[in-house]
Design a protein around this ligand. Structure first.
Ligand code: ZN
Ligand code: ZN
Ligand code: FE
Length: 752
């Protein structure tokens, strides 16, 4: 398969032999394309067969010239253009040098060598860093990025560190967080009762011991605290789940190195390259069977979120413990990640047995990023550490400065000007007071760091979103214009901007859990013909009633019941046992009356809910433990290469799933086949809608449902047979974490 990778490389990559190096490895792998210096780094396009492209990505990191350093890299996978050769192109003239706030960068190879060199003065020093690695966004208080404007200000450099800092030939020349055991921060181990047990190297060794014993530790990292425990210890993992009230939501696991990780997961070269990238995100990959990993790490799932150490502290700990560690953001459900020591003692003492803290303050809390590979592309589930606050560059200029406040769940906010949108780190679900405070903090931080003042504010149309209410009050008080954008239109705009779509229309499937529609009902299974200027709702999935409103979102059995009422009324003899037995008979009667009268049963066209209904009918899940769980479990059971599907009809603007459910209910095939047929049917619906509603337009896939790997891959398969061009997200998440980008673009382009 031939593909094209477009890479925007930010970092120390100019004047260090980087372009000739890129030229050499591209030529060596017989790849075509170009490399050029851009105002903010290096831009590369390479095309060729996928295997060589993935090797290229790995070599880019493993064989780069010693002086070159990659801080951040934008990666897009695109259709090949038919380049004839590989060339070093002349740089674009006159572009002004951009100053961005850099994200945090994983510990570099050189620092790592020193860290484990007994002769080095920073041997086993958990805060070793240099110009090419270490904290950036997480320690910056204000611009410019000088030591005095970071949380390192309180540490006075010793003579040796100072000399390095002032020596232009030194790797630590102007490394703002430069420090050593003599002059820099240190770690301490504390009991939850507030007793200091050990400090510095002794604290580290003791922490490793405690982890090996099965204890749960709150560990202060780069952008906040993690809760850590031995991932091979079922009791410890179970206890962490219980304390965190986490239900069955999977935990991410950190491995000491790629070699250890390979024992637990099956990786492709593309996944390896992403795991090794300087952003070190959590990557969802296929888990190997029969390892010693505790089942409770990712209940019912065949995939697992994995990542590698990205700070010296992690490297030291993981080597010392020598077992994979659960490393999950330290917070209570729905609250932001804890970042300060005081906050940790206050909020984590019930969750952890001990705390490993340190005295380098975190200025900006930032969670780990999460990505996965879908259709050979890197897709964000959460874009945060390592990526935020790098800008998304648009293929056009905005007319004004915009503040976009995002959605409600998985919130991110954005500021936008000229051709740039800076998306905040992951803020999360705006369900709690601490989350609402973090939301404001994220807005204020972006505005302060970029000295930004918006002309307009953009929010979601939903009247009850916290972000919308905040924007209403704020814009009124600040005397700014407020614009509102329909949720799924914002998804479509986000996709268009993400895919650098320059103009015209796309045909977008905007599928997610819920969003407020222009008709006041709950949307989530729409097909929009959209341009930057507006949209038409061309098709939607047949609507059904959400029994119990919000409660139905957490209980697939209620969605299944609603669909069964649609099909069979109250003829309960036709209902599958799986659904029936999850209710009391009196509940069934009550819910049927509510269904008939429409009491607390709003209409929805949500595609996410259809997954829930199937999960309930097939006996997979009656009550969810986290959002998206039914889809996450079902996709793991998908049979690749199995192409059968169920029927459906199109009636006017409505795509009718009733034949689908009738067939599914009667189907005696094994569970996996029924799931596969259902997912294939959704893909067929997308194909049919596209053919009927705009086959000349590019097909766009956006919304949280398109984090589902087999669904997207089946749509791509079907589209390649019709020759349709398909746009998918690669720079921001398809889910609500990407909404702010769509809002920002809307606010910047609309005529007002
Ligand atoms: Zn370094
Ligand atoms: Zn020092
Ligand atoms: Fe959404």
């Amino acid at each position: 398969m031939s593909l094209r990778y477009r890479l925007k490389v930010y970092g120390f990559v100019q004047g260090v032999g980087f372009r000739p190096f890129v030229y050499r490895i591209a030529k060596g792998l017989n790849l075509k394309g170009y490399v050029l210096n851009s105002p903010s780094g290096v831009e590369i396009e390479v095309e060729g067969d996928k295997e060589s492209l993935d090797l290229f990505l790995i070599k880019l990191r493993s064989e780069k010239p010693p002086l070159a350093h990659i801080y951040s890299m934008e990666l897009e996978v695109l259709e090949p253009l038919g380049y004839k050769d590989f060339e070093i192109r002349k740089s674009a003239e006159g572009g002004k040098k951009e100053v961005f706030v850099l994200p945090d960068i994983a510990t570099c190879e050189e620092c790592l060598k020193e860290l484990f060199d007994p002769a080095d003065r920073r041997y086993r020093y958990p805060f070793i860093n240099c110009t090419n690695c270490g904290p950036r966004f997480s320690i910056i208080l204000r611009l410019p990025y000088d030591r005095k404007n970071t949380t390192m200000d309180k540490f006075k450099m010793c003579r040796l560190c100072e000399a390095e800092y002032n020596d232009p030939t030194n790797r630590r020349f102007h490394a703002q967080p430069n420090a050593c055991p003599e002059c820099g921060p240190w770690v301490e181990l504390w009991s939850v009762e507030g007793k200091k047990l050990a400090e510095k190297d002794e604290a580290l060794k003791k922490t490793a011991e405690l982890l090996r014993e099965g204890k749960i530790l709150a560990i202060k990292g780069l952008g906040g605290f993690h809760l850590a425990c031995d991932a091979t210890n079922a009791a410890a993992v179970g206890e962490l789940r219980r304390r965190k009230r986490r239900g069955e939501k999977p935990f991410a696991v950190m491995f000491r190195d790629l070699k250890q990780l390979e024992n637990y997961a099956e990786l492709t070269n593309f996944e390896r390259a992403i795991i090794l990238s300087p952003e070190t995100p959590i990557v969802l990959v296929k888990r190997k069977e029969n390892t010693d990993l505790a089942e409770g790490v990712a209940p019912h799932l065949k995939k697992i979120g994995v990542f590698l150490p990205y700070t010296p502290l992690h490297h030291l700990l993981l080597r010392e413990v020598d077992r994979p560690l659960v490393m999950t953001s330290a917070n209570l459900s729905d609250e932001p990640i804890v970042k300060d020591n005081d906050e940790a003692f206050e909020r984590l003492s019930e969750l952890a047995d001990y705390l490993l803290i340190h005295n380098r303050d975190i200025a900006n809390r930032v969670d780990d990023s999460v990505v996965r590979v879908i259709g050979e592309k890197r897709v964000f589930i959460r874009r945060s550490r390592g990526f935020a606050p790098m800008p998304i560059i648009l293929p056009f200029r905005l007319k004004r400065k915009v503040l976009a406040v995002g959605g409600h769940k998985k919130n991110t906010v954005a500021i936008a000007w000229e051709d740039k949108v800076v998306l905040s780190q992951h803020v999360g679900d705006l369900e709690t007071v601490p989350a609402a405070e973090f939301f404001e903090e994220a807005i204020n931080t972006l505005k302060r760091l970029y000295e930004f003042e918006e002309d307009v504010v953009v929010a979601d149309l939903h009247p009850r979103y916290h972000s919308t209410k905040w924007a209403e009050r704020y814009s009124r008080e600040a005397g700014k214009k407020l614009l509102k954008v329909q949720h799924h239109f914002a998804h479509a705009l986000s996709l268009m901007a993400d895919a650098s779509f320059e103009g015209g229309k796309i045909f977008a499937a905007t599928w997610d859990g819920t969003g407020y529609g222009t008709d006041g009902t709950v949307w989530g299974g729409e097909f929009l013909r959209a341009s930057y200027g507006g949209f038409e709702r061309v098709f939607y999935l047949r609507r059904f009633k959400l029994l119990g409103g919000e409660r139905a979102v957490k209980e697939p059995r209620r969605v299944a019941l609603s669909i069964l009422f649609e099909l069979y009324g109250d003829d309960f003899s036709k209902f599958p046992e799986t659904v029936l037995k999850s209710f009391k008979p009196s509940e069934l009667e009550f819910l049927y009356r509510a269904y008939l009268k429409g009491v607390n049963a709003p209409f929805t066209s949500s595609a996410g809910r259809l997954f829930d209904a199937v999960a309930s009918i097939l006996g997979i899940k009656q009550v969810l433990s986290y959002e998206g769980q039914s889809g996450a479990i079902m996709e793991d059971l998908y049979i690749k290469g199995f192409k059968k599907s169920y029927p459906f009809t199109v009636d006017g603007n409505e795509i009718d799933w009733r034949p689908t459910f009738e067939a599914l209910l009667e189907d005696g095939a094994p569970l996996e086949e029924r799931i596969t047929k259902f997912i294939n049917t959704l893909a067929e619906m997308v194909k049919t809608a596209h053919l009927r509603g705009g086959f000349r337009l590019p097909l766009g896939l956006t919304g949280g449902v398109f984090q589902n790997k087999p669904l997207v891959e089946r749509i791509l398969e079907l589209s390649s047979s019709t020759g349709a061009k398909v746009l998918t997200h690669q720079r921001v998440p398809p889910g609500d974490g990407g909404i702010a980008l769509g809002q920002a673009v809307f606010g910047g382009l609309v005529d007002i």
